[in-house]
Write a protein that binds this ligand. Structure first.
Ligand SMILES: [Zn+2]
Length: 273
């Protein structure tokens, strides 16, 4: 969306106007933006190198007309996911092998698994066919962003080492994280407000105010992550408006700040909006 309201000065800003403000003013005001219609927290998204102009994003309330405008922007051709599943009966197996030859070979290609099940009748057994779709994190993130039906579906998802659950139970949007998620391994996703070096030393991917959820990328992984996902260095506006999906355990610090520390880059993906 192209406009948002700053609750510091109660002014409505067009994204072009906002991006022309002095850097320190942007830094101050970007934490205090809201949707001008529903009032939910909004984010500033900087212009990207692939041609997207500066704009705002927000998690809108149900029925907010600005949501449709934002979705129309987000579903431009760059978000059309050819691998996305249109068959929500498929079982998803998460493919963590980013960039490997093996991954390229079967990503998005459905397989058929025959499973023997007890029919419950006369001791006989029947064969049930499940379509198994291997999906990379990037494919899952795009579908989470573009398809509310997917994120709320009961489609089964298998995560190696963690068993299986439904899509609606496994993926948690950043603004819906609660204390109940502490110490739980989930697929956390949503929009970033900035990425910057912080303390303890790491690249901090922040999702809102300073006390909100952050993702810690250890220093030895930070440069690879920056180059892999095209994170430009724009001071503390780096990565503003990018979407991220991370598989990990949510921890809560002594000060009550939720964070997820990644151990390797297989468990995270990012994309521009
Ligand atoms: Zn709204």
């Amino acid at each position: 969306m192209q406009t948002a309201k700053c609750n510091l000065d109660n002014a409505n800003y067009h994204s072009h106007q906002f991006s022309a403000l002095p850097q320190d003013e942007i830094t101050r005001k970007r934490y205090n933006l809201e949707c001008s219609v529903c009032g939910n927290h909004a984010f500033f998204r900087w212009q990207t190198s692939n041609g997207r102009e500066a704009c705002f994003g927000a998690y809108h309330s149900d029925g907010c007309p600005m949501a449709a405008i934002q979705t129309a922007t987000d579903t431009n051709s760059q978000y059309q996911d050819r691998n996305a599943s249109s068959n929500h009966e498929q079982h998803i197996v998460v493919d963590f092998s980013y960039g490997s030859a093996q991954s390229e070979g079967h990503a998005g290609r459905p397989e058929i698994q025959n499973q023997l099940e007890d029919s419950g009748h006369s001791g006989g057994r029947v064969v049930r066919q499940n379509i198994v779709s291997h999906r990379r994190l990037s494919s899952l993130l795009r579908e989470l962003i573009t398809s509310p039906q997917f994120s709320s579906s009961n489609q089964i998802i298998h995560v190696a080492g963690c068993g299986e659950t439904s899509v609606s139970k496994f993926f948690v949007r950043f603004d819906q994280v609660t204390n109940a998620h502490a110490n739980r391994f989930m697929g956390y996703w949503g929009m970033l407000t900035c990425a910057k070096e912080g303390y303890p030393p790491a690249l901090w991917l922040n999702t809102g105010m300073p006390g909100d959820l952050s993702i810690l990328v250890p220093c030895h992984l930070a440069n690879t992550l920056r180059s892999r996902f095209g994170i430009e260095d724009r001071g503390d506006l780096t990565a503003a408006g990018m979407f991220v999906l991370v598989f990990g355990i949510l921890h809560v610090s002594m000060l009550g700040k939720p964070y997820i520390e990644i151990a390797d880059l297989c468990s995270i993906t990012m994309c521009n909006s």
